[in-house]
Design a protein around this ligand. Structure first.
Ligand code: SF4
Length: 399
């Protein structure tokens, strides 16, 4: 499918909107009313530090709502105002934040249901309004909605669109896209749909496995088995790993994406030599600024003397998980929670999700004596949620 031609025709349709309905200033004001927090503003003004009795809270210098998420949420709210009586759907969670998604449900925005990863669009009718979330939608979904005569409100973050553009360039020049991401993640599913031949690698270890294969150290059947769900249909590692371009899910760990890019460059250099490298390797920087800033701020935060870290964000939020990975890599006691309600303010408990495990509940969460707590939140978490977490910590510290 010529995805660029499809996008061009979609963008010219009067049933397609990717700019929203209000001015950016009005949008910012509307969001501020719902999600901003006075307490967080004060902590920011105080050098990202709050001291209250025996409790010391240090906030990361960049955290929470990013520009792309603010824009998507504001566009979704405007959509309800603009279409007060129409059926409004969203193809997925607008962002990975339970409170924001609940707010949309209260506004009677309906979520397309999915079973085993297959979405059911059967209830969506001609004339309905469908919002595409910040991390986008697959080109097939867009095509289906367009053909059905829906109004499409596209809140896809421009950073994500930039990645789509990158993989389309790979496709145009017959390069295989190596996508650093999680193959089941909505953003990567969307990106894959715009790519031609692609392979999704989760981390450096998986990328090394691919690099070894390129250098003749792998087993074809094992390779095909390992990447059966993470590659384009008919992927042939003997043919499709000769010309590579690297792209990523925008919320992956920046340092890992860079390392994967360098590793494939070295691999192609070893295999084809410097004179022919440009025929075999293409690199673009597709790391989003907001992700980078939040990860850099987290690296600074973990250098502080902290007793523990609380990382706030949806459990399926990739960028939040990577923030927690940074805490774990430094051996700091850390807790990933999605809502303030996970902290029991009367019984000093916390229900949290250790990396890669199920939720667990711990009691005696906040120890006695002086305590220094680092806090950060993923790009989908409003300041007000962070404020509620801090207020709970304050209460616990007062008992
Ligand atoms: S994290 Fe980056 S790519 Fe994702 S919505 Fe925010 S700005 Fe856009």
């Amino acid at each position: 499918m010529d995805t660029q031609a499809f996008k061009r025709s979609l963008h010219h349709s009067d049933r397609y909107n990717r700019r929203g309905f209000g001015s950016p200033a009005k949008r910012a004001q509307a969001l501020e009313e719902v999600y901003q927090s006075g307490l967080i503003g004060n902590i920011r003004d105080n050098g990202y530090l709050l001291e209250h009795g025996r409790l010391r809270v240090k906030l990361a210098q960049a955290f929470g709502f990013c520009w792309g998420v603010e824009r998507a949420v504001a566009m979704a709210y405007e959509t309800r105002k603009h279409y007060p009586n129409e059926n409004i759907w969203i193809t997925n969670e607008i962002i990975h934040n339970p409170s924001v998604n609940d707010h949309l449900r209260q506004m009677n925005v309906r979520f397309i249901s999915a079973e085993k990863g297959i979405k059911d669009f059967s209830s969506v009718e001609k004339g309905d309004v469908v919002i595409l979330p910040a991390f986008g939608a697959t080109v097939q979904e867009m095509q289906l909605l367009h053909e059905r005569g829906c109004h499409i409100i596209d809140t896809t973050c421009p950073w994500v669109s930039k990645v789509w553009h990158t993989v389309e360039k790979h496709k145009k020049h017959t390069f295989t896209s190596i996508i650093h991401g999680k193959y089941k993640h909505e953003e990567t599913l969307a990106t894959s749909s715009f790519a031609g031949t692609y392979l999704v690698v989760l981390d450096l270890e998986e990328a090394e496995y691919v690099a070894d294969f390129i250098l003749g150290k792998g087993d074809r059947n094992e390779f095909l088995d390992r990447f059966s769900k993470a590659s384009s249909p008919g992927f042939d590692p003997d043919i499709d790993l000769q010309r590579l371009g690297v792209a990523n899910q925008t919320t992956m760990l920046k340092s890992e994406t860079e390392e994967i890019g360098r590793m494939f460059e070295r691999t192609m250099l070893t295999k084809y030599g410097p004179a022919d490298l440009n025929n075999h390797f293409l690199a673009f920087n597709t790391i989003c600024d907001a992700t980078e800033e939040r990860q850099d701020a987290m690296f600074s935060l973990v250098d502080e003397p902290l007793d523990m870290l609380v990382v706030i964000g949806g459990f399926n939020s990739s960028n939040t998980t990577h923030l927690q990975e940074i805490a774990i890599s430094r051996g700091i006691r850390s807790f990933h929670i999605d809502t303030p309600e996970r902290i029991g303010e009367f019984d000093n408990s916390i229900t949290h999700k250790p990396l890669g495990e199920d939720l667990i509940r711990e009691i005696d969460f906040l120890p006695t004596g002086n305590i220094s707590v680092g806090i950060t939140s993923g790009a989908s978490t409003p300041d007000r949620v962070v404020e509620h977490v801090i207020r709970k910590l304050i209460k616990l510290s007062e008992y």
